[in-house]
Design a binder for this molecule. Structure first.
Ligand SMILES: [Zn+2]
Length: 232
């Protein structure tokens, strides 16, 4: 453990739930789901005053704790920077969820279902209603979760040439939609955050389920945000 100025103790742990180990195992899971492929997408975890970040340009299913960056929060000072690697280009976007929502983790996917939902919607929001799975999505204004009969609305921001250039519009969407736990990026993917890493994971899974379902509903000529047929 604690190896002087290399700060190895920050990332090497036998505990499978240590953030550095979780980033590696969850990136493997997300790789098999098609969420993080060809080095795109990722996850960052905040534990107390430490933010754990994956490197840029490393295949997501092959990341090891040795590759993990650690940043002090909220000073944003790097406590551990693996030589010859750069932190994820998503870093300022992950930080937006930590500073603006006090999130415990933020997941970024390039899920095809998320991308398709942004293409099926011309406006600045995507929505779905009357589906059981929306009950897994938190609604901070009520102190609870969405109900079956509620409409879930997720903001969509326009993509930019460089990932970090999304920061300003992502922060604006977070401010304008205080109930949202996610922001879609048109032709790109989605950012999802949660109070803990497990909440971020289950919310990202639930949202991806809803994105996939919505794509199928549109293919069948149904409106994912429409009323229940025959219930008007
Ligand atoms: Zn991305």
């Amino acid at each position: 453990m604690g190896q002087g100025n290399s700060h190895e103790g920050l990332v090497f742990s036998k505990d499978p739930n240590h953030p550095a180990n979780l980033i590696c195992s969850l990136c493997k899971n997300f790789y098999t789901l098609g969420w993080v492929t060809g080095t795109g997408g990722g996850i960052s975890i905040r534990h107390e005053s430490h933010v754990y970040l994956a490197p840029s340009g490393v295949q997501k299913e092959r990341i090891t704790p040795r590759d993990i960056f650690v940043m002090d929060f909220p000073t944003k000072t790097y406590l551990r920077s693996p030589p010859s690697l750069k932190p994820s280009a998503c870093t300022p976007l992950f930080m937006a969820s930590f500073t603006k929502r006090n999130a415990g983790a933020c997941i970024h996917t390039h899920s095809q279902a998320a991308v398709l939902c942004t293409l099926l919607t011309k406006g600045s929001t995507w929505s779905v209603a009357n589906v059981e799975q929306i009950k897994a999505i938190p609604r901070p204004s009520t102190g609870g979760y969405y109900g079956f009969f509620d409409k879930l609305v997720i903001p969509i921001i326009e993509n930019t040439a460089h990932e970090e250039d999304l920061t300003e519009s992502l922060e604006k969407a977070i401010d304008e939609y205080p109930d949202t736990c996610a922001v879609l990026v048109r032709r790109h993917g989605v950012y999802v955050w949660g109070d803990t890493v497990w909440k971020a994971k289950t919310q990202a899974e639930s949202l991806d389920y809803l994105f996939q379902l919505a794509v199928e509903m549109v293919k069948l000529g149904m409106d994912p945000a429409g009323p229940i047929a025959g219930a008007e």
